[in-house]
Design a protein around this ligand. Structure first.
Ligand SMILES: [Zn+2]
Length: 264
């Protein structure tokens, strides 16, 4: 009998540890939302990540991720490790011609400016706060649009292969009001970056951020809290843009994720 109760206790520990749920597909570019017991500890690929007081955590998978994800969950000193397979995606090839040549191959005199822009964006994306807005449902930033660009596409600009596209492009008239997709805090608000033009970054907690580019007007300031649905500015064609559109990005720290994975 004593033996039997011991077996049951061990079984219960294992059972509790496997009480982790994921929302999101384990495929390249995906945002994954996890839920486990509060006070657990979690590592993704051997890197410790935050768990909210309600047991939520978030991470993401790179566009070209090939290896399985290694997940370790510790509770009451017992650690369980398991792997999840990451499914591959096929990305489109997108050719864009007629761009001003200086935007395809920037002239040397703007290198410093581009470097400065990248440092600012990198800093905002590396912010790790305990905000836990990422766990709720995100909304689309504008109401009426045509999608003209998707995540992952291999880009050929004026015939030259360039970095893949990491955002979703929403084409709409210049001046269209743009909304925050989720509650958050503004960590970057710049009027005129070289590639991205009017640029805003919102922190939604645990390294999850959204970024808007090519804005015409920006109505928010660094440090400001925003609510989901709040108008944060207007759609424009600033920076490297062939026409008016809003390009949205989703990041888990420096990992660029598919914004569609929080919207669909
Ligand atoms: Zn774009």
């Amino acid at each position: 009998m004593r033996f039997l109760s011991l077996v049951i206790i061990i079984f219960n520990i294992n059972f509790n540890l496997s009480a982790v749920e994921f929302t999101g597909k384990f495929e390249q570019g995906s945002f994954i939302l996890g839920k486990t017991k509060p006070n657990s500890k979690i590592k993704i690929d051997n890197k410790k990540i935050r768990i909210s007081k309600d047991g939520f955590f978030a991470f993401g998978l790179d566009r070209d991720r090939k290896n399985n994800v290694i997940i370790s969950i510790s509770e009451n000193g017992v650690t369980k490790t398991f792997e999840k397979k990451v499914f591959k995606r096929k990305y489109r090839i997108q050719r864009i011609d007629g761009l001003p040549p200086k935007h395809v191959t920037p002239p040397p005199e703007v290198y410093e400016r581009i470097k400065k822009d990248n440092i600012l964006i990198g800093k905002a994306r590396s912010i790790d706060t305990s905000l836990d807005f990422f766990k709720d449902k995100f909304i689309y930033p504008i109401d009426k649009y045509i999608i003209t660009g998707v995540y992952g596409s291999q880009r050929i600009l004026n015939g030259k292969p360039r970095r893949p596209h990491y955002g979703i492009d929403f084409h709409a008239p210049e001046g269209t009001p743009v909304k925050a997709m989720m509650d958050g805090k503004v960590t970057l608000a710049e009027d005129d970056m070289y590639f991205t033009g009017g640029t805003i970054i919102f922190d939604h907690g645990h390294g999850i951020s959204t970024l808007y580019m090519h804005m015409k007007d920006i109505n928010v300031k660094i440090g400001q809290k925003v609510r989901q649905g709040e108008i944060v500015g207007t759609l424009g064609q600033s920076g490297r843009a062939t026409g008016p559109h809003l390009d949205i990005r989703l990041n888990w720290f420096n990992v660029k994720l598919d914004p569609a994975s929080i919207l669909d």
